[in-house]
Design a protein around this ligand. Structure first.
Ligand code: ADP
Length: 460
């Protein structure tokens, strides 16, 4: 029997906290925010029914990583479930386990599932077991330069060194020669330790100009798993996504089905539940390779919602309450009942200065006016006239999402909406986004993950 949640705490901040509060409010659930000292004046905390300061004596990031303090607060306030958002504790099996031990539902997969997918090495092994292609690479963390050299000699340069626990485009190095490999190995290891607390690194073949295609997965507690089709997230800067769209117009229908079916195979291998994303790279010859599975909601879930009409965040909550995918509450009768309609594009407007190599800009926003109109959705964080952009957190200001019947129309709408934004007082990447959207290669859906690096004219 499903158990309705009365109160949900969001262990996160900014736009994703607001996104989850909205989903809860629509489901009739009371919302609880947590905020750090630095977020005392942030918008998101005012969007919840209740808000509590955490990590009083901790630094701005550590505050949101205070597992015991957050769970104690949740117990004290009679919270039924915790939504972790993305980043912070969202992929931390210890947090999921401790929630469970405290009798609080973690809105996401179980800690056992997280452990199985664990890091990038473990999840590649899961993929291999079920016959999904992976990028040639080692199957264990590498412990010495010799191991790295041996692999690279065997598979040929360039290769990529990756932190097993890496995320957000960090902890990756492209290595073009043996000399560089020797140099990079140690520093990659110590950097991984510093950034992720774990110094496991591995090595794999570097694909020269792949596309990043990922598949949205949704599973319930009864073994039902569906995919909500794919997203093209190839527009990246330093391995970080900037613009995402769906459907991926460069894929043939056959390829699209093959990738989605492989995503399902991986999710089924771990009995996945909740929302998750299976990521692939597709090389210039059209071969696809699994790279990792993210066991959480992603920044770009919005575009899938726009074309499928399925509210992924509400579905996560309903699954955690115990509803099956085909219940009237979630309403997904079967895989075949899921269809996509039209095209959707998400542009991440960030408070970064493209003329200063995208250095984060901070300070007071003097004027904040956003675009709107038919086919435009905005998922915002802390943007309003008079708000302060602090240096402590990521620089995502507002996600501008367009939807239309054709890809061309969706592009035109996105450009129109971004041009309607007036944001003064802090620099943004708005013009840079428009340059990408206007590019012929983008319009044809041809961009690969090297597109921004290969086109310096986009910065003009
Ligand atoms: P993160 O978890 O930090 O997001 P991913 O493993 O998902 O890291 O990779 C992020 C991006 O890095 C990919 O979308 C792609 O652009 C690039 N990348 C990762 N692995 C490879 C590879 N083997 N060859 C070429 N590019 C890669």
């Amino acid at each position: 029997m499903p158990k309705k949640f009365k109160r949900v705490l969001v262990a996160n901040r900014g736009e994703i906290a607001i996104r989850v509060f909205r989903a809860c409010q629509e489901l009739g659930i009371r919302t609880v925010a947590i905020y750090s000292n630095e977020d005392k004046c942030s918008l998101f905390r005012t969007k919840a029914d209740e808000a509590y300061l955490i990590g009083k004596n901790k630094d701005p990031i550590e505050a949101y990583l205070s597992i015991d303090e957050i769970i104690d607060l949740a117990v004290k306030k009679g919270v039924d479930a915790i939504h972790p958002g993305y980043g912070f504790l969202s992929e931390n099996p210890e947090f999921a386990r401790k929630c469970e031990e405290a009798g609080i539902e973690f809105i996401g997969p179980t800690h056992e599932m997280m452990e199985k997918l664990g890091d990038k090495i473990k999840s590649k092994i899961v993929a291999k077991k079920v016959g999904v292609p992976t990028i040639p690479g080692v199957e264990k963390p590498i412990t010495s330069e010799e191991e790295a050299i041996e692999f690279a000699r065997h598979c040929g340069y360039p290769v990529m060194l990756k932190a097993a626990a890496g995320g957000g485009g960090r902890g990756m190095r492209i290595v073009k020669s043996e000399n560089d490999l020797i140099k990079e190995f140690r520093s990659a290891k110590s950097e991984a330790k510093k950034a992720f607390g774990i110094d496991d690194i591995f090595i794999e073949k570097y694909l020269e100009k792949p596309k990043h295609i990922e598949v949205q997965i949704l599973g319930d507690k009864y073994g039902n798993i569906v995919h909500l089709f794919e997203r093209d997230c190839s527009i990246q800067r330093r391995h970080q996504k900037i613009i995402e769209y769906t459907p991926a117009i460069s894929l043939t229908e056959e390829k699209r089905q093959a990738i989605c079916n492989d995503a399902i195979k991986i999710a089924k291998a771990v009995d996945y539940r909740g929302a998750g994303t299976v990521e692939f790279l597709v090389d210039a010859q059209g071969n696809h390779y699994f790279i990792e599975m993210n066991p959480r909601i992603q920044v770009e879930h919005t575009i899938t919602e726009m074309v499928t009409g399925i509210d992924i965040v509400q579905s996560q909550i309903l699954v955690a309450e115990g509803y099956s995918l085909n219940s009237p509450q979630i309403g997904i009768k079967s895989q075949d009942s899921i269809e996509t309609r039209g095209y959707s594009i998400q542009c991440r407007i960030t408070t970064e200065d493209p003329s200063l190599n995208f250095a984060p800009d901070t300070g007071k926003i003097d004027i904040y006016r956003t675009g709107s109109g038919f086919g435009i959705r905005l998922d915002g964080g802390n943007g309003f006239t008079g708000s302060i952009i602090s240096p402590y957190y990521d620089s995502l200001l507002v996600k501008t999402i367009s939807w239309s019947r054709t890809f061309d129309d969706a592009i035109r709408k996105a450009i129109r909406a971004i041009k309607e934004h007036t944001i003064m007082g802090v620099k943004t990447n708005a013009d840079f986004l428009i340059n990408i959207l206007n590019h012929e290669q983008f319009k044809k859906g041809e961009c690969d993950t090297r597109f921004i690096a290969d086109n310096p004219d986009l910065f003009d």
